[in-house]
Design a protein. Structure first.
Length: 481
């Protein structure tokens, strides 16, 4: 069966699909490896055309009433929900993720963001600051042209999470998807246009890292929002800093999940599964270091192995499939290298292993020591490390002994301990008796090397706007001479 997913054209600039003038970009369906679309990268001139179109269109968009901007975003969310099945299928072809995931997680959470920020836009106001006669008022202004750069694990969600707050605040955006998953952002551009977005406000350019680098340093770009690895984040942050651009960096992690011996074992095992194997483990906030208190460690491992063995691996378009392929052969090879390192370092394989072809099964290592490579480095695949611990203080200290700080989790029935541990963990998000839930209502982002800035929630508004102070003099000006 052929799975063609050829878009109208590779790029979307100034309200129109246009073909890229740069290098060829073949899009593969990760399950079969077949080419499902042939795209072309944007040339340097086309990147400049996109930012110029965004710059030209942005002032009129920012001058609309916020409720009018919000109406467009909310209309786009409705279109996404109406086309849910078709969009989920395309997301599965682009990423290889099971259709049972893409139906509920990817575009639906993108639609949530468009609804949330569409509704929030008219509520954003400034302050009035009395000075006894004179007074000050503040205006929250758009930044101008924002660059969005995404990775491949949640391509359409990432495009929506960046576009929704940016557009709500009156900015224009030029978005570059990952070269691995370029299709969803083009759908978003078409949907936003259908919802009434003016030409030039949301543009899509395709390409590898060099296109992203050209976008980041374009003189018209005022802000860069990247979802990607820590290494790329450092490069992009430095490039953006050269001209004092604003940044949001959503980067990687090696997050801890701490399970105390009073926790519900079934819930904790379920959370560890969701925290490591959903989307074949390709999730930045995954709790890949699972610290389990020594008293329940054997039961935890037994139950984990039993439940992991039941996973249905296979065709991602089959509704019954729970675990799909890895996004690309290169990424699968990196994950297999990590598994080999774990074995070479003496960690004990409880289940899974390197797998075959595009598939890496849910893999669990026990007897992992903190210093092992697999416990220190982000693998970005379905590989869990389980580590035993004795005391709360020890678990917290070991959980925090990482340069990353995206997320963390704690499972316990002790209310005070749950809050105490959540408070002590160095992470942008800490879950108590839950894991990997990232509703649009809650801020999301990292501390330490995992990033800067927050997506989602009202907090995101601050990252897509700037404050202007207007001082109003009400008295005669008294100059000294
Ligand atoms: P990369 O950092 O390699 O790429 C991210 C994006 O940046 C891609 O679109 C890439 O283009 C682009 N890019 C690469 N180099 C540059 C550059 N010099 N200037 C501008 N753009 C550039 O990450 P991966 O795609 O490999 O994604 C995996 C990483 O993303 C993991 O570390 C993961 O933890 C992190 N991640 C973080 C999330 C979060 O919210 N915190 C969510 C999801 C993933 P291209 O790839 O097309 O060459």
């Amino acid at each position: 069966m052929s799975h063609s997913a050829q878009p109208t054209a590779s790029l979307y600039i100034d309200g129109a699909f246009v073909e890229g003038a740069g290098a060829e970009l073949a899009v593969h369906y990760p399950y079969t490896g077949e080419v499902i679309a042939n795209l072309r990268e944007a040339s340097a001139e086309q990147v400049a055309q996109a930012t110029a179109a965004a710059q030209a269109a942005q002032p009129a968009w920012a001058a609309l009433r916020p409720v009018e901007r919000g109406r467009v975003l909310i209309a786009a969310a409705r279109i996404i929900r109406e086309r849910g099945e078709e969009l989920a299928r395309l997301e599965t072809l682009d990423t290889g993720k099971p259709i049972q995931e893409t139906r509920v997680a990817d575009w639906p959470s993108g639609a949530d963001a468009l609804e949330y920020f569409g509704g929030l836009a008219p509520t954003v106001t400034g302050q009035s600051i009395p000075l006894g006669g004179d007074f000050v008022y503040t205006i929250r202004e758009a930044l101008g042209v924002c660059a969005g750069i995404g990775t491949w694990n949640y391509p359409s969600q990432i495009a929506c999470w960046k576009a929704a707050p940016a557009l709500a605040m009156g900015n224009a955006m030029v978005f570059k998807p990952s070269e691995e998953t370029p299709l969803g952002a083009l759908q978003l551009a078409a949907i936003l246009a259908e919802a009434g977005l003016p030409a030039g406000i949301f543009n899509v350019v395709q390409g590898r890292g060099a296109v992203g680098a050209a976008l980041v340093t374009d003189p018209r770009v005022a802000k860069v929002s990247l979802t990607g690895s820590v290494g790329t984040g450092k490069r992009v942050y430095a490039a953006a800093a050269a001209d004092m651009r604003h940044v949001t960096m959503e980067l990687g992690g090696k997050s801890p999940l701490i399970v105390f011996d009073d926790a519900s074992l079934e819930d904790a095992v379920g959370a560890a599964i969701l925290a490591n194997f959903y989307s074949s483990g390709q999730i930045c906030s995954n709790g890949t270091r699972v610290f389990v208190q020594n008293g329940i460690l054997p039961q935890f491992l037994d139950r984990l192995a039993e439940r992991a063995a039941r996973v249905r691996i296979g065709d991602p378009l089959d509704e019954a499939t729970q675990h799909g392929p890895i996004v690309s052969p290169a990424q699968a090879a990196r994950i297999r290298e990590a598994i080999a390192k774990g074995q070479a370092e003496g960690a004990r394989l409880i289940c899974g292993g390197p797998g075959e072809g595009a598939f890496v099964p849910p893999t669990v290592f026990a007897d992992v020591a903190d210093g092992m490579w697999i416990a220190r480095e982000e693998i970005f695949g379905p590989v869990m490390s389980v580590l035993g611990f004795a005391t709360e203080a020890e678990a917290i200290a070991r959980a925090n002994a990482t340069p990353y700080g995206l997320a963390a989790g704690v499972f316990t029935r002790d209310l005070a301990r749950g809050h105490r541990v959540a408070g002590a963990l160095q992470a942008g998000t800490a879950w108590i008796n839950a894991y990997n839930l990232t509703p649009v209502e809650a801020p999301f982002g990292g501390v330490k090397l995992s990033g800067i800035g927050r997506e989602n929630s009202a907090a995101a508004i601050e990252h897509y706007s700037q404050l202007k102070t207007v001082y109003v003099g009400m008295s005669p000006v008294e100059a000294p001479y």
